[in-house]
Design a protein around this ligand. Structure first.
Ligand code: ADP
Ligand code: MG
Length: 352
């Protein structure tokens, strides 16, 4: 018996598909900032300027001095699953932040997006898309790089708009995202400005491009982001196991916190919020801290890209290691060793 109201199966149009994808890729203004800054880093930018207004709800503008997008490719950059970063043959060997080709079409589906760009040897051009409706490419003026401007995020999806928190809370989430990416890229200069109410705005975070070797730059950048106090109280971590390396700085137990808010973890240069890694960090300090205290650390795991799957979630903040036990073991033993040695040094100094 066929029900009279039997549903039809129909193919959704590209606009609807993009709005659905946007729900996963862009949860809040901070996720839009993350996608745009990652694109700038992938483009080889050395300077990235970020301007936001009203917690990113009305305006997010990311300006970079990277490779730019040729005018002829601007429309393609806004179409779904179009990317210059992979060719699709090897999903296990990814070294860029992006590869899914989803961010720009998603942002263009839920906000008003304008991209102005100039690639070397090409004229500057501009394209706009608003609620999924694409405007034709037109000539523009820009000396180098790319400016991506996103206005009125989620105006096209009012349900999502309602779930946003206060401008202050959304602004803090943006600052957190920018700081994490700034820690991951010590050789790139970052500026974050609040331009609410118009004008030049006010700089809320700035980090100049690092110099020297990686450890110099990393230390200077961590001091910039986490404060000179952290740098003065942190132990250098530099360890290796089965081809996986762990570098970074972990603070002394005396510099612990009442909440686990200052734990910054990176896998192959990507900021992650991964349970396995947080657990390993907690485990390493278990003998050195009481249960209500939390370590402060910035740790960078580097391994062969084939040993970790970053494609677990569209936002790519979760990862799956092929050998999680080995990664955990590396973190726990390297940190324990550094902490024990520091404790030993302290007690011999005190003892004279
Ligand atoms: P993905 O980053 O996964 O490739 P996106 O939708 O974020 O997908 O971007 C699509 C393409 O647009 C990128 O692959 C890149 O070629 C280009 N692009 C985006 N942002 C920039 C930028 N700031 N500078 C240069 N090219 C960019
Ligand atoms: Mg991207």
């Amino acid at each position: 018996q066929i029900r009279p109201d039997r549903p039809h199966i129909r193919q959704l149009d590209e606009g609807a598909i993009n709005r659905i994808a946007a729900g996963e890729v862009v949860e809040r203004p901070a996720s839009a900032v993350k996608e745009l800054v990652e694109n700038a880093i992938d483009a080889g930018a050395q300077r990235i300027d970020i301007a936001v207004a009203d917690g990113g709800k009305t305006l997010i503008r990311v300006t970079d001095d990277g490779c730019g997008i040729p005018g002829a490719d601007l429309a393609l950059a806004l179409s779904r699953h179009a990317t210059s970063k992979i060719d699709g043959t090897d999903l296990l060997n990814i070294t860029s932040f992006g590869f899914r080709g989803e961010a720009l079409p998603s942002l263009g589906a839920v906000g008003r997006l304008t991209i102005t760009s100039r690639a070397a040897g090409d004229d500057a051009a501009q394209i706009s898309v608003s609620g999924g409706a694409l405007q034709p490419v037109k000539p523009a003026a820009l000396s180098q790089g790319t400016v991506v401007e996103l206005r009125d995020l989620f105006y096209a999806t009012p349900a999502r708009l309602k779930f946003l928190r206060t401008d202050r809370a959304e602004g803090q989430a943006i600052t957190d995202v920018v700081k994490r990416l700034a820690m991951a890229e010590p050789f790139v200069g970052f500026t974050l400005r609040d331009v609410s109410g118009g004008g030049e705005g006010r700089v809320t975070f700035r980090a100049d491009a690092g110099t020297g070797d990686l450890f110099d730059a990393m230390r200077a950048r961590l001091a910039r982001v986490l404060g000179a106090d952290f740098a003065d109280n942190a132990l250098l971590i530099d360890a290796e196991r089965e081809g996986t390396t762990l570098t970074g700085y972990a603070a002394l137990p005396t510099y612990s916190r009442g909440a686990a808010t200052q734990q910054y973890l990176f896998v192959n240069g990507r900021p992650v919020r991964d349970k396995l890694l947080y657990g390993a960090l907690r485990g390493a300090y278990a003998d050195f801290l009481s249960r209500d205290r939390h370590p402060v650390a910035a740790l960078f795991v580097e391994c062969d890209p084939t040993r970790v799957d970053q494609n677990v979630h569209p936002a790519k903040t979760e990862v799956r290691f092929r050998d999680p036990g080995s990664v955990r073991g590396l973190i726990v033993s390297a940190l324990r060793h550094a902490l024990a040695e520091a404790g030993h040094r302290a007690s011999t100094t005190v003892g004279g």
